[in-house]
Design a protein around this ligand. Sequence first.
Ligand code: BG6
Length: 511
Amino acid sequence: MSAAPSSPAGGTTATPPAPPATLVIFGALGDLTRRLLVPAIVNLVRSGLVGDDFKIIGVSHHDSSDDALREQLDDFIGKADGEGGAHGDKSGAGDPDWLKLRDRITYLKGDFEDAATYEALKDRIDGNAAFYLATAPGFFGPVIDSLGDAGLLTQSDEAFRRVVIEKPFGHDLPSAEALDERILKHLDETQVYRIDHFLGKETVQNILVTRFANTMVEAVWNNRYIDHVQITAAETVTVGTRGKFYDTTGAMRDMVPNHLFQLLAMVGMEPPNDFGSEAIRNEKAKVIAAIRAPRPEDVADVAVRGRYTAGRAGDADVADYRSEPEVAPDSKTETYVALKLMVDSWRWAGVPFYLRTGKGLAARDTEIVVQFKPVPYAQFAGVDHNRLPPNRMVIQIQPDEGLSIEILAKKPGPVIEPAPVSLDFAYSDHFKLGHTTGYETLLYDMLTGDQTLFQRADQIESGWEAVQPILDAWAADGEPEPYPAGSDGPAAAADLLTRDGRAWHKIGRPA
Ligand code: BG6
């Protein structure tokens, strides 16, 4: 996500293609590969950002072959995201850009923990290579050890070696630290690309432009003017077929120290000195490190957990979480979390950040709401300034990407009556968004060595540190509060804000 270079004519120059490389995908037959990774690479081929010198090797322990893997992907490119081709034009398996890539995909059957797999890889790799760990998290350490032991991670001036790691990165602070220590035995931090796919979303990247390219925004972006911030990632989808993974993970580990803290960092960071990846990542790391970990005795006051029960969400009937496939019938796993967090910094002292995320909710809605303080003085006779509807900025991440500013205007008539109005910017009105998987920028950045949009070890560890007291308290006692699928979440989440004289922004955009 580097800033566009200026051309001599004053515009921006075209984005250069990524260097030739081999992408080795561990977990090649999995959902991520066919649903997101390969369609994203097809989109990069289409934009001319990866060339004919780009190859993919899929690795998995299942019986398969080059042809079988390509055919499986054919099927999927034909219905990526259920919307047609990789770019949504229904061209599917006949898509010319897919056909350009198709023959350069090969399969390697191999056990992730068998040295022979890595010897076979050595014979097939020459030059730049990136290893994508689209595997269960338990394989991250073993695969990196084996790659290192086989000498596959040794770089030279002519050839880079990089590793891309999916989430979850550890399941708590000690396990994240142990994993970092293990992988950094074989790799330099500059070779490690820890993915957080939220950072691949255009609207998330736009937070930096909204803040740092607009004087009028940054001027009020502090505790003098901001009352509080709400960060919401609400989903209608339920645990679906992911019961095995989700029941041992839960909403907190799945969404908070990674996705929601990355959003918090974009909102809370100081302006970087330059747009280089280390400058940006330093500022983000500082904000995440400044999130105050609650004291054990405060956990009940600042953290709420919920679990969906039967209902209807996203136009579908939803079963009780505890009766979902591969979920324990007496599960205490949370499918919803709401938190009140404080960020101990000069800019944010006294400004609560309320975070919430959950499955089986009323609507799909990922948004950031920045609510401003009331005006300081009652200027309009008969109007209580503390009761005026607040100014708000709503950054709509998905769906309906955009940004709204809620301000007050005089309602026409003989008396002064301030009424709320909204200034709305919809991405689709101004830009052609196209159909992307969200992985295009991340893969291109990785191939070109830009780590801006990837999580650094210190960010991940500080994230775990902030939530660890809550995880510990929850593991020791109690269980999530039930909420019916299709609702806004458990009642205790509403109380979290009511106690502070505030209210959550309604989930879902008004029709
Ligand atoms: C993933 C979580 O990281 O993010 C899922 O594991 C969640 O549980 C998903 O559904 C949400 O991502 P998006 O891009 O659909 O909002």
